[in-house]
Design a protein around this ligand. Structure first.
Ligand code: 5GP
Length: 199
C-alpha cells in the first residue's frame, strides 16, 4: 500500500489524534496536512466561542447549542462529546466521503470521541500526543494567552486523567519533545496504518 492509502478500493485511513491541551496537536496536524497532499483534516463543530484568529469553517464550525442538538438528532455527527463545558463533534458525511475517496482522514478529537469512533471503525488508528513533562505543558498553556487562570487550571486538571486513560487504550503514544521528531513519528505511524473498512 502506498502513501496515499488504497485508492483503488477507496479505503482511506482514519487517524485519531488526541492529547492534552497545549501539547502541540494542532501544530502537528497542520504539518501533516502541509506535507502530505492525501491528508484531510476534519473540521469539527463546536459550541465554544470563536477565539481571535480562528475562522469559521477552517478551525471549527461554530454553532449554537440549539444548532448542535439539531445535528445530534439528525444523526449527522459521527461522534460528539462535551469537553470543558462545550460540545464538540465530527461531521459524519465529510469523513465518510474522504475515506471513500481513499484519503487519510485526521480527527483531532478528545478521548471520549476517540472511543466512539473506534467502536464504529475498529481499524481506525489512535495516537495520543504526550508532553515531555507536566511542567512544560503548564508553560505552554500559559504562553498561549487566550485563557484565564481558572480555565488553565481546569485544563491541566483534566490532563492527568486523560493521559492515564490514553496510556491504556491508544494504539500509539508520541512524546512531543522535539517537534520535528514528533511529526516524523506520527507520519511513520500513518504510513503503517491499515485502510479502514466501511462501517
Ligand atoms: P479546543 O477548544 O482547545 O480547540 O479543543 C478542546 C478539546 O476538544 C481538545 O481536546 C480537542 O481535541 C477536542 N475536540 C475538538 N474537536 C472535537 C470533536 O469533534 N470531537 C471531540 N470528541 N473532541 C473534539
Amino acid at each position: 500500500m502506498g502513501q496515499a492509502g488504497d485508492q483503488k478500493t477507496g479505503r482511506g485511513r482514519l487517524i485519531i489524534i488526541s492529547g492534552p491541551s497545549g501539547v502541540g496537536k494542532s501544530t502537528i496536524t497542520r504539518q501533516l496536512v502541509a506535507r502530505r497532499a492525501e491528508t484531510y483534516l476534519s473540521v469539527s463543530m463546536t459550541t465554544r466561542p470563536q477565539a481571535a484568529g480562528e475562522q469559521d469553517g477552517r478551525d471549527y464550525w461554530f454553532v449554537s447549542r440549539d444548532q448542535f442538538h439539531q445535528r445530534i438528532e439528525a444523526g449527522t455527527l459521527l461522534e460528539y462529546a462535551e469537553v470543558f463545558g462545550n460540545l464538540y463533534g465530527t461531521p459524519r458525511d465529510k469523513t465518510q466521503e474522504m475515506l471513500a475517496a481513499g484519503r487519510t482522514v485526521i480527527l483531532e478529537i478528545d478521548v471520549q470521541g476517540a472511543k466512539q469512533v473506534k467502536a464504529i471503525y475498529p481499524r481506525a488508528t489512535t495516537i495520543f500526543i504526550l508532553p515531555p513533562s507536566g511542567k512544560v505543558l503548564a508553560e505552554r498553556i500559559g504562553r498561549r494567552g487566550r485563557e484565564d487562570g481558572a480555565v488553565i487550571a481546569r485544563r491541566l486538571g483534566g490532563a492527568g486523567s486523560e493521559i492515564a486513560a490514553a496510556e491504556q487504550s491508544y494504539d500509539h503514544l508520541v512524546i512531543n519533545d522535539d517537534l520535528e521528531q514528533a511529526i516524523r513519528e506520527v507520519m511513520e505511524i500513518i504510513d503503517n496504518a491499515p485502510g479502514i473498512d466501511a462501517p
